[in-house]
Ligand binder design. Structure first.
Ligand code: GAP
Length: 453
């Protein structure tokens, strides 16, 4: 086995790998970037899609009590007045009287400016919503907001979903989408940005059963991260103190991840009570009550809200998968992604750029592409190609060599163990499918061979 080196994952290493291999780039980089906005590159977009797909699968497709929505980013401005965001979605902010940098009060450790030591102004509340104008006239009446959470799209559609799906309580609505916040303090790469994506559930329950469902969702969501392959030791729960609860929350737990900069929020699970539905009913004049067939009573449901960040999940998955080990006097960097999250599932590596090896390798490539995202890589030595695939977390490499022309066999090399087996090309799909399903085929078959690079 290659030797473990005491490698500490740092944010610098993650940022550098993401940049180098095409996971994540600074937004508008050729113009010097835009503060706290990021672009997902060819590998990043696949990783992010896989995370969202895993969430949608578990939140919607595998459940009878959930439906999905995709609501618009721009909403009627009254939504944000009713939801309390216009009045309450603010952070206390101070400004340095010398260098004019602005800081969130709760991020400050001292009373002076962390940048230049200058004197700070008194705190004032700063609303985090981005404003824009709808139509050609830029005045108060035309002001709309970029949504700071996807949740409100689900609350205002509660009646539509109830009437069109005939769901009975308890049931939930799930949505994945962009949210925008004019954060005062940003940083730590994609951890806190001004444009980000959320995966949110609004789960409607009968009042009085909310505590039970709250506990259920805390556990359910913790398990989801474990199923993504995130190490248990890097996850923990933290209950909010009364003073830090959002304006709508009766109770809240954060699922925290041990990021390189320390423990920080990955997801919040809140008991929102009936705050949002009551507010929207009051200001829209529409009845948002539920009729309970069993008790023959009308009531406004309570809501349990598990709210996760796609970007924070992506960062956690990257940090958790990052590994370094000593191999032949070199450091091998590996992203040990769970196979369902790996952006590239299989790489086809021909050992020659000459025909007929290329023809056979291309045939295998075309064939496997019907099942998975497959990369064809014929540049540089085989050792370097393996390292490149390790660094982007590709679980399997298939090597086609001159021997393959004779015996119609190919070599499969496993990312984590670096074990290799040789199998008939005609069985590649079956063998890889079994591997992706978690079967350990890297055991010695009768008369077979297992070897290391
Ligand atoms: N609807 C409830 C809500 O929005 P939140 O705790 O403010 O709750 C939920 O946000 C999740 O969204 C967070 O746990 C985090 O994963 C993500 N998130 C919030 N602000 C973010 C930001 N500025 N950048 C990246 N992700 C963010």
């Amino acid at each position: 086995m290659p030797e473990k080196v005491p490698a500490k994952v740092t944010m610098e290493k993650i940022v550098s790998l993401c940049r180098r291999r095409g996971f994540i780039f600074p937004s508008s980089e050729i113009y010097g970037g835009l503060s706290s906005c990021w672009d997902y590159g060819p590998l990043g977009v696949e990783l992010k899609r896989n995370i969202k797909q895993a969430w949608w699968q578990s939140a919607v497709h595998e459940r009878d009590d959930m439906v999905g929505l995709d609501t618009s980013i721009l909403m009627h401005p009254q939504v944000w007045a009713s939801s309390g965001h216009l009045a309450g979605f603010s952070d206390p902010l101070v400004e340095c009287k010398t260098c004019h940098l602005r800081w969130r009060v709760d991020d400050l450790k001292e009373n002076n400016c962390p940048s230049c030591g200058g004197e700070l102004t008194e705190p004032r509340m700063f609303n985090l919503m981005f404003k824009t104008f709808m139509g050609p006239i830029e005045d108060e009446a035309a002001t709309v907001y970029l949504r700071p959470e996807t949740a409100q799209g689900m609350f205002v559609n509660f009646g539509n979903v109830l009437n069109t799906t005939r769901k009975r309580l308890p049931f939930g609505i799930a949505q994945i989408g962009k949210a925008f916040r004019n954060e005062i303090t940003t940083g730590n790469f994609i951890f806190r940005s001004r444009e980000f994506e959320q995966m949110e559930i609004e789960y409607f329950v009968k009042p009085g059963t909310d505590k039970e469902w709250f506990d259920y969702w805390v556990q359910e969501r913790l398990n989801w991260y474990l199923n993504l392959g995130i190490k248990k030791d890097n996850l923990r729960l933290r209950q909010h103190m009364k003073t830090e609860l959002a304006h709508y929350a009766l109770d809240c737990y954060d699922i925290e991840y041990q990021f390189p900069m320390g423990w920080a929020e990955l997801e919040g699970i809140a008991n929102r009570g009936n705050f949002d539905l009551v507010q929207h009913a009051k200001y829209s004049g529409k009845n948002l009550e539920y009729f309970d067939d069993e008790t023959k009573k009308h009531y406004v449901p309570y809501v349990i809200e598990p709210s996760a960040g796609v970007d924070r999940s992506t960062l956690a998955v990257l940090c958790d998968a990052y590994d370094e080990e000593l191999d032949n006097d070199e450091i091998r960097v590996v992203l040990r992604f769970d196979t369902k999250l790996a952006p590239i599932k299989v790489a086809i590596l021909p050992l020659s750029r000459k025909e007929p090896v290329v023809e056979l390798a291309k045939q295998v490539y075309t064939d496997l592409r019907q099942c998975w995202i497959v990369q064809y890589d014929d540049a540089q030595s085989i050792g370097r190609r393996y390292r490149r695939q390790d660094e982007i977390g590709t679980p399997y490499c298939v090597t086609i060599d001159f021997q393959s022309l004779e015996d119609q066999q190919a070599t499969i090399r496993e990312r984590d163990s670096m074990n290799q087996i040789r199998v008939p090309i005609s069985t590649l799909k079956t063998v890889l499918t079994a591997k992706f399903n978690g079967e350990d085929l890297f055991v010695l078959p009768p008369g077979g061979q297992i070897w290391k690079e």
